[in-house]
Ligand binder design. Structure first.
Ligand code: SF4
Length: 313
């Protein structure tokens, strides 16, 4: 694919500014992995990356248009640049965007644990313009189930790599995806996943009850888990995820943080988001899309939807 073809291929779909406050910039599509439950490689094909130059140009336009946060996205973002000649990497892309723009907040949408190598972790930690929030899919906390899913890591490797981000950036929020009720997941495997999540560096969970997708390897596996069991396990995981996210939010009560003003509520307060993904309810005057230092006073509400009440610092 030529440079021009690549940019045409992604076209206008590479940019999503629908939120008007945060811009989502797609830098990669497709995937070369073979996760047993996933239809994406057969539907979207192998990994293709946009050029660094094209992405930087888009990022410059977004900054000139007033965006203070860009989220770079891709189906398999950690594989960014492997198909380019000469090869590029997510690390080189992040460095280029930071060097060639004044963007205050760069967020990485999602990165697979096997791609969280030391050089990338260090590059992410080097700049205070990279948001300390990383979504690192786990899928299961039990080694046998991970192998059956064809995920190329074990729970301890996940722990080390996600833990390294927290070691380098102690205020980092780690989000993760988990599939509950994958074929062959028995009660002991599920209990192991619960124990792993509890002690892991994960603070925020997206939980999906497994459902077979026609045409995938997983749909042909024995040991399919009944839907009601998968739903019950999902509910347990969600409760655990909500408790961990609440604990994470509580850690920051009393801090002053930079928050991006998102939307105004009927009572005049603003919803905002810190760089490390804390949801805040801000009293005072703000402009949507601008970043402000705010003092985080207390946690309002309970569970997943609780927010940090904040005042302008
Ligand atoms: S789950 Fe993600 S990494 Fe695995 S095949 Fe699907 S897109 Fe690729």
């Amino acid at each position: 694919m030529t440079t021009k073809d690549r940019e045409t291929f992604f076209g206008a779909g590479a940019l999503d500014v629908s939120s008007r406050v945060r811009a989502f910039l797609k830098v990669q599509d497709g995937c070369n992995m073979v996760c047993a439950y996933c239809v994406i490689p057969s539907v979207r094909g192998g990994g293709r990356s946009r050029t660094v130059a094209g992405i930087v140009e888009d990022a410059q336009s977004l900054v000139a248009a007033g965006y203070n946060e860009i989220v770079i996205t891709g189906v398999h973002l950690g594989s960014y640049g492997r198909d380019l000649r000469p090869k590029e990497s997510l690390e080189s892309l992040v460095r280029a965007i930071l060097a060639d723009t004044d963007l205050p907040r760069l967020r990485i949408s999602s990165i697979e644990p096997m791609e969280l190598r030391e050089d990338l972790a260090v590059a992410l930690a080097e700049s205070d313009r990279v948001c300390h929030h990383f979504h690192v899919p786990l899928q299961s906390g039990e080694e046998r189930v991970l192998r059956s899913m064809r995920r190329p890591y074990n729970p301890e490797q996940y722990f080390e790599r996600a833990g390294r981000l927290v070691e380098l950036m102690p205020d980092t929020l780690i989000g993760s995806d988990i599939i509950a009720g994958f074929p062959g997941e028995d009660e002991a495997s599920f209990a192991e996943t619960m124990r792993f999540v509890e002690r892991s560096p994960i603070h925020h969970l997206h939980v999906f009850p497994y459902s077979a997708r026609p045409g995938t390897h997983a749909a042909t596996l024995g040991g399919q888990v009944p839907g009601d069991v998968a739903r019950r396990r999902s509910a347990e995981l969600r409760r655990l995820g909500a408790a961990k996210f609440t604990e994470f939010k509580k850690r920051f009560v009393g801090d002053t943080r930079q928050a991006l003003a998102l939307t105004q509520n009927a009572d005049g307060t603003f919803d905002g988001l810190t760089r490390n993904y804390l949801p805040v309810r801000m009293r005072g005057d703000y402009e949507s899309g601008k970043e402000y230092p705010v003092r985080l006073n207390e946690l309002w509400g309970s569970g997943l939807k609780s927010v940090l009440a904040a005042d302008r610092a």
